[in-house]
Ligand binder design. Structure first.
Ligand SMILES: Nc1ncnc2c1ncn2[C@@H]1O[C@H](COP(=O)(O)OP(=O)(O)O)[C@@H](O)[C@H]1O
Ligand SMILES: Nc1ccn([C@@H]2O[C@H](COP(=O)(O)O)[C@@H](O)[C@H]2O)c(=O)n1
Length: 202
């Protein structure tokens, strides 16, 4: 199994890049694990308490479960990937049965901060977009898709997102094998990654 770790700040285009890479690759051969599925279960908190969580700090992630699942997949065993709701700020209680594939892509803002997880990646990719570009994309997306308003996004950006990005995410470029510039759609980089994956699938 080839495990690719793909990180970068919020709004840099991780999900979009993964979908572009998957385009034209056989479904049965490539699987995706999203770090978002591994936000810790916070069912013991009220909605108002959950809203206050710093979701850009590594402590918000259940890394134990993510490590366990990645190891299970490597051993050829399926996992039950939790489903996360950005509207409820919590896991939904549902899971998606995820089978091991020849290539697994793991994507998320904080996945390179955990040394055990970093070690599991055969290829480490950092997607870069400038912070103003990322904030504009995040504003549009969170209002359209994640049940937020402008005040929520801007307040979260200033209080946690920006400082956590500088502290935990930007320094992870040091570990990257490939950095994809993604201020604009980057078809050349997507094709290069797809070629690497295709070689593995031969
Ligand atoms: N290169 C790009 N140029 C313009 N918009 C983009 C680009 N990549 C992604 N987007 C848009 O930005 C938003 C955030 O992208 P997404 O892939 O969800 O980022 P991430 O998963 O890193 O948070 C989405 O609405 C997406 O359509
Ligand atoms: N309940 C939550 C959980 C996370 N976030 C934000 O999501 C961002 C990470 O996801 P991307 O798809 O944007 O990479 C992260 O910056 C968290 O602030 C949230 O808003 N609510």
């Amino acid at each position: 199994m080839l495990i690719i770790g793909l990180t970068g700040g919020t709004g840099c285009g991780k999900t979009t890049v993964v979908n572009q890479i998957l385009n034209e690759l056989p479904d049965a051969e490539v699987g995706i694990i999203s770090q978002d599925s591994y936000y810790s279960d916070t069912s013991h908190l009220s909605y108002d308490e959950r809203k206050l969580i710093n979701f850009d700090h590594p402590k918000s992630i259940d890394f134990d479960l993510l490590v366990k699942h990645l190891k299970q997949l490597k051993e050829g065993k399926p996992i039950e990937q939790p489903v996360y709701s950005f509207v409820k700020h919590n896991r939904t209680g549902d899971t998606i049965l995820t089978h091991p594939r020849k290539v697994m892509i793991v994507e998320g803002i904080l996945i390179f901060t955990h040394p055990d997880i970093r070690d599991l990646f055969d290829i480490k990719i950092f997607v870069h977009a400038d912070s103003d570009e990322r904030l504009i994309r995040r504003l549009k997306r969170d209002i359209a898709e994640r049940g937020r308003d402008m005040d929520e996004v801007l307040n979260r950006y200033l209080t946690t997102l920006k400082p956590m990005h500088q502290q935990f995410i930007e320094p992870m470029k040091e570990y990257a094998d490939i950095i994809i510039p993604n201020n604009k759609f980057n078809t050349v980089a997507i094709n290069i990654v797809r070629t690497i994956i295709n070689e593995k699938l031969l």
